[in-house]
Ligand binder design. Sequence first.
Ligand SMILES: [Zn+2]
Ligand SMILES: [Zn+2]
Length: 449
Amino acid sequence: MRSSLVFSDATARSLHEALQAAPFVERAAFLLCTEVRTDRSCKLIVNQVVSVRPEDYLRQHTAGMSLASPAYTSAAKIARDAGSSIIFVHSHPSGALYFSDQDDREEPKLIEFFKARVPGRTHGALVVCDGCMVGRIYMPEPAALDVIAEWGAQWKVHAGASVAKQDIFDRSIRAIGRDGQALLGQLVIGVVGAGGTGSAAAQVLARLGVGTLRLFDDDKLEDTNVPRVLGATMGQVGQAKVRVLEEHLRSIGLGTIVDAVEGSICRQDVAAMLRDCDVIFSCVDKEMPRSILMAHHLHYLTPVIDLGVKIEASQQSIKEVWGRITTMTPGSPCLFCRGRISAEGLRLEAMRLDERSAQVRQGYAPELDEPAPAVVAYTSAVASMAAAEFLARLFLPGARKSLGDESLMRLDLGTVRSNSGTRRANCICANDVSFAAGDVLPHLGLSWG
Ligand SMILES: [Zn+2]
Ligand SMILES: [Zn+2]
């Protein structure tokens, strides 16, 4: 079973602050986490960092530390009340980014204590050394955490050991390094939508060396899609778009694990399958799936990169071409805050076709949608830019912080500008109840049809 531990910017910062308060001796802290289990993965979402009071350190030096029992019991009590998993964290100022022999000896007793206090939850331990992390959880045997992610403006992702395929990815490794390439191989990326932007994004991600791609779409390939869907052929018209894309990605031969889900994320059971993903590319053209991805992001802290392409044309003549890439990380303004989706837009979209026609006649709704203009040059360009955004978040420290979370492109003019947006105080993204809540009933707190 794959395992991950995820931090928001705020929880990551508070952990680093707690450990750096005395950088030359070992320090400790406890992470209280929401546990999310699927049949494939165990994700622990850090909700709270409990630091250790100075008087609870009995002994502290560069390669050792012991805590008074109240430190453990008070953390376990908070975890028990909240039903949280507990991760015991300590620093290794000595520079050793691994669990020591002493850690190996003492940790099982600690885990037994956590299990007795908070039964039925997965507990574990984390070692932090010079900003890097390694961790393990007990399920019930100890197993290394595959991915530890700090989802701030800049993403910091610590992956377990794996080896990049040096020969194939040689040219990429020259840019992002061996560790970077190995990290891509460890990630599970969701691509929602397998049309023009989705097929292009998935293809770029596969060629980048992303280990696992999970594709979501419920549409069948039509002949009018073939000019934009990369990898699709006229011979495949009528097949499910995700199957077409899956076949194409496999045929590239880079060993990408492709997992095609033929279904709409507007269905509860399909939306639940997003939980195994580390990052999600939103390549949809409707507001409802965007709002579901946003709710998913808030509950599970999974970053979502949302892509949009809009061609303004009249009488078969291009006026303006817009591309948009909005990245949602914990704490950033959401698509409602930014006005990219709205309650009114969702209402109109949800209305049945006949109701909508009646409203149009009465002047309450805009004209019914004609198929929007779409051109492969623009859908592919925005998908590639979104993949570049993903690389910037992972591998270009500091690059995004100053620029903000949204890029707007005028593809007809060849210009790009970025903005930070503003969070609205009364928006659903400011709702503390859903933030990092993990599994709730009904799923994502939404009413499902
Ligand atoms: Zn240690
Ligand atoms: Zn918002």
